[in-house]
Write a protein that binds this ligand. Structure first.
Ligand SMILES: NC(=O)c1ccc[n+]([C@@H]2O[C@H](COP(=O)([O-])OP(=O)(O)OC[C@H]3O[C@@H](n4cnc5c(N)ncnc54)[C@H](O)[C@@H]3O)[C@@H](O)[C@H]2O)c1
Length: 345
C-alpha cells in the first residue's frame, strides 16, 4: 500500500519509513528539513521514498495540495514540535504546529478520496498528570501543564472531535506512547541523546530531574504498535478509538538510573552529574496502561528496558566505528520482527 508519513525526516518517522519499506510498502513523506546528522540522512531515506516533500503543516493550503496530489492509502501523522523545553521557548510555534497543523492534516485527508486509514500520533503527556503510581488509561481525563503537553492534548481533542463530527468516513485512530529511545535520535534536550553526545565526546553529562520516572520504550516497540493499529483500521476495526502503547512495568525507571545504566554500557569512564536547576516544570511521574492495545490489537512490547538501552548504545557505537546507518538499522528491524512478545513481568 502507499503510506504517507508526516514527520518522516524526524527520529520516529525515519524508523517507521524504514519498517514500512522493508515490509514492501510504498512510502512518501511530508515534513520540514532534517536536522544535521539525522537518522533520515544516515539511512539515505530519500532514496527509498516515492515522494519526499518539504511542507509546513501550519500552511493549510500547501498541506491540502500536497496530500491530495500524493493520493496515499494510509496516513500516519507524526509531524510535530515534540519537545517540552522548546515549547516553553516558543509556545506559539508549538501550538500552531501541533494543533492547527493536525487539523490541517485531518482536513486534507478528508479531501483525499484514496485514504483508507489514518493514525494521529499524540503522546503519553496528553493525560492530566496527577502523579499517580499506576498507568493512565485511555478513558482518563486529558490535560497538560507545559505548552507541549497542552498542545498535544489539544491535538488529541481536535482529532476526537473530528472523528465524531466531520463525516469524512476515513477510519481514524489516535496512538499515545511515551519516551522512546533508539539509535539515531538527534533531538537536543532528550536524555538518551544528551548522554550519548556527552559520552562519545569524552565529556561528563549533567542530568536534570534524576528522580523523575518515565516509561522507557524502544522506538521499534512503539512503531510496531502504530502499525498494528493501522492494520486494525484497515480490517475495519478500532476506528474512533485511542490506544496507549507503553512498555512493561520493568521499564518505568528513574532518569538517574537510566543515566547510570547507559554510562555503564558505554564504558570509557563515562561520568554522570546532577544539574540541580532550577528547571521548568516537567511531569515527575508518568506511566501508561497498555492493556487495551494488548487485548484488542494483540500488541505487546518485545524489547525489555535493558535491551532497549543496549540496542541504542550498540547502534550508536556501530555508527561511530564506520557502520552503515541503513544496514545497522535494517538489521535491528529484522531482529525485532523475528522476536515473539515478552512475558508480562
Ligand atoms: N520521541 C519521543 O520520545 C516521543 C514521545 C511521545 C510522542 N512523540 C510524538 O511522536 C512524533 C514524532 O516525534 P519524534 O521524536 O520523531 O520528533 P522529531 O523532532 O525527531 O521529528 C519531528 C518531525 O516533525 C516534522 N515537523 C515539525 N514541525 C513541522 C511543521 N511545522 N510542518 C511539517 N513538519 C514538521 C519535522 O520536520 C520532523 O520530521 C511527534 O508527534 C511527537 O509528539 C514522540
Amino acid at each position: 500500500m502507499h503510506y504517507l508519513i508526516t514527520g518522516h525526516t524526524g527520529f520516529k518517522g525515519a524508523w517507521l519509513a524504514l519498517m514500512l519499506t522493508q515490509r514492501g510498502h510504498t512510502v512518501s513523506g511530508l515534513a520540514l528539513d532534517p536536522a544535521p546528522g539525522s537518522l533520515y540522512e544516515r539511512v539515505r531515506l530519500s532514496t527509498l521514498l516515492r515522494r519526499d516533500l518539504r511542507v509546513d503543516i501550519r500552511d493549510a493550503r500547501a498541506t491540502l495540495q500536497a496530500i491530495v496530489a500524493l493520493e496515499p492509502e494510509v496516513v500516519l501523522h507524526l509531524a510535530a514540535q515534540p519537545l517540552v523545553r522548546e515549547s516553553y521557548r516558543d509556545p506559539r510555534a508549538t501550538y500552531e504546529t501541533n494543533t492547527l497543523g493536525t487539523l490541517n492534516v485531518l482536513m486534507a485527508v478528508e479531501a483525499t478520496s484514496s485514504v483508507q486509514a489514518q493514525v494521529i500520533i499524540t503522546t503519553d503527556k496528553v493525560y492530566r498528570n496527577v502523579n499517580q503510581i499506576w498507568g493512565y488509561r485511555e478513558s482518563d481525563p486529558l490535560g497538560g501543564v507545559d505548552p507541549y503537553s497542552a498542545s498535544k492534548a489539544a491535538a488529541d481533542l481536535i482529532t476526537q472531535s473530528w472523528m465524531r463530527t466531520s463525516g469524512s468516513g476515513v477510519p481514524t485512530a489516535i496512538a499515545r506512547a511515551g519516551n522512546v529511545i533508539g539509535g539515531g535520535d538527534v533531538c537536543a534536550d532528550r536524555l538518551m541523546v544528551d548522554l550519548i553526545a556527552a559520552f562519545s565526546s569524552g565529556q561528563s553529562v549533567h542530568i536534570r530531574n534524576p528522580g523523575s520516572v518515565r516509561p522507557w520504550q524502544h522506538v521499534l516497540d512503539c512503531l510496531h504498535g502504530y502499525l498494528e493499529l493501522t492494520d486494525s483500521l484497515l480490517r475495519g476495526e478500532s476506528s474512533g478509538e485511542a490506544f496507549n502503547f507503553g512498555p512493561d512495568t520493568d521499564s518505568f525507571v528513574q532518569v538517574g538510573a537510566v543515566a547510570a545504566a547507559v554510562a555503564s554500557l558505554w564504558g570509557e569512564d563515562s561520568v554522570v552529574e546532577v544539574d540541580a536547576g532550577p528547571h521548568v516544570h516537567e511531569a515527575a511521574l508518568l506511566a501508561l496502561d497498555s492493556r487495551k492495545a494488548e487485548l484488542l490489537l494483540g500488541w505487546r512490547s518485545r524489547i525489555s528496558f535493558q535491551e532497549a538501552l543496549a540496542w541504542t548504545v550498540a547502534w550508536e557505537k556501530e555508527i561511530r566505528t564506520g557502520g552503515d546507518g541503513r544496514a545497522v538499522s535494517l538489521a535491528q528491524i529484522s531482529q525485532f520482527m523475528s522476536r515473539g512478545v515478552r512475558r508480562r513481568v
